[in-house]
Design a binder for this molecule. Structure first.
Ligand code: IPM
Ligand code: MG
Length: 372
């Protein structure tokens, strides 16, 4: 099977973590007989510097003609002074819109080996396995009108949702809940917002087609707290764009580091895969960033684009094995006090190499990946 993947490394740590994801995908392709063709293009701040635009037309065309897009991260402090529409982030938002994916899947799991990396107590996070389904093309991010008044003394954004936009993402989330623990928590602010009242009505209606899935509704503020108090009480969380942006970063606390989180955006013409973390300019180029979020993102590509559940699972197992063997990037042993004699500080590149070796072991059915 041939797959054309457009690779957009982007800014900050984007290039270094994406390179590890690509080399893991290449290793996986070798094992499963795929032929991945990687086409590298620029986006974000790097594209502004090279081409004067955060989403050059050639990048967009390449993305639209590919089977999947794998993105690193965009953004950097040198662009902070630019107006919103000219910042690196605007290239990413324009790309999301053009690709058309409306369901952004952001799994957050607690790997037992690094449960102590979480600021939450082990007994609270252990067993946590949450899938945030974030609506990605509506709400405050894209609705019009938006802007400043002439005197720049006021600014406004619009939160708009149509029933159709809510329904299509709800169907994806219910479908995914069916493949998991059959529980869906829909998050809104229906005590204040009309968009949330519509959201709740539509989700309740869609639920009738998914009798086997238990539906609950919760306000976003209560959800933020419950994620910290009882994360294991969640299975699938379905929510609108901005709430999902915020809650998915919060959910990173379950994994111990934002560097662990992956995402896949489906439902559009071409699926978009990107780790949840940003460009982390403070550690860029140092070979210290955690590539596991990008590598777990590659696993999602194997699941949703290559449609190879076994390949995806094997890679996820390899990630767990590498952590169980004690390998940690710097973000996973912050403060030093959680850095036990059984753990080993590794670089971005070393972590990628360990995953590739662990993957080979998983595929050989050995499951004997240990630190030597
Ligand atoms: C994310 C990011 C983006 C978002 C930014 C970079 C535009 O925070 O993917 O969560 O807000 O969607
Ligand atoms: Mg975010």
């Amino acid at each position: 099977m041939k797959l054309r993947i457009t690779v957009l490394e982007g800014d900050g740590i984007g290039p270094e973590v994406t390179r590890e994801a690509v080399s893991v995908l290449t290793a996986s392709a070798g094992h499963y007989g795929y032929d991945f063709r990687f086409d590298h293009r620029s986006i974000g701040g790097a594209a502004i510097r090279e081409h004067g635009s955060s989403l050059p037309p050639a990048t967009l065309t390449a993305c639209l003609e590919s089977d999947a897009v794998l993105l690193g991260a965009v953004g950097g402090p040198e662009f902070d002074a630019l107006p919103a529409g000219q910042r690196p982030e605007s290239g990413l938002l324009a790309l999301r819109r053009a690709l058309g994916g409306y369901a952004n899947l952001r799994p957050a799991v607690c790997y037992p080996a690094i449960a102590d990396c979480s600021p939450l107590r082990r007994e609270v996070v252990e067993g946590a396995d949450v899938l945030v389904v974030r609506e990605l093309l509506g709400g405050l991010y894209f609705s019009e009108p938006r802007g400043f008044n002439d005197q720049r003394t006021a600014a406004f954004n619009t939160m708009r949702y149509t029933a159709e936009e809510v329904e299509r993402v709800a169907r994806v989330a219910f479908g995914l809940a069916r493949t998991r623990r059959r529980k869906l928590t829909s998050v809104d602010k229906a005590n204040v917002l009309e968009t949330s009242q519509l959201w709740r009505e539509v989700v309740t209606r869609v639920a009738r087609d998914f009798n086997d899935v238990t539906l609950e509704h919760i306000y976003v503020d209560a959800c933020a707290l419950r994620l910290m108090l009882r994360p294991t009480s969640f299975d699938v969380i379905l929510t609108e764009n901005l709430f999902g942006d915020i809650l998915s970063d919060e959910a990173a606390a379950l994994s111990g580091s934002l560097g662990m989180l992956a995402s896949a955006t489906i439902g559009g013409q071409v699926a978009l895969y990107e780790p949840v973390h940003g460009s982390a300019p403070d550690i860029a180029g140092q070979n210290t960033a955690n590539p596991l979020g990008a590598i777990a993102t590659a696993a999602l590509l194997l699941r949703y684009t290559a449609r190879n559940e076994k390949a995806a699972r094997d890679l996820e197992t390899a990630i767990g094995d590498v952590l169980a063997a004690g390998f940690r990037t710097r973000d996973l042993c912050h403060g030093g006090h959680r850095f036990t004699p059984k753990s080993f500080l590794v670089s971005t590149k070393e972590m990628g190499a360990h995953v590739r070796r662990a993957l080979a072991d998983v595929i050989d059915q050995q499951h004997t990946y240990h630190a030597v």
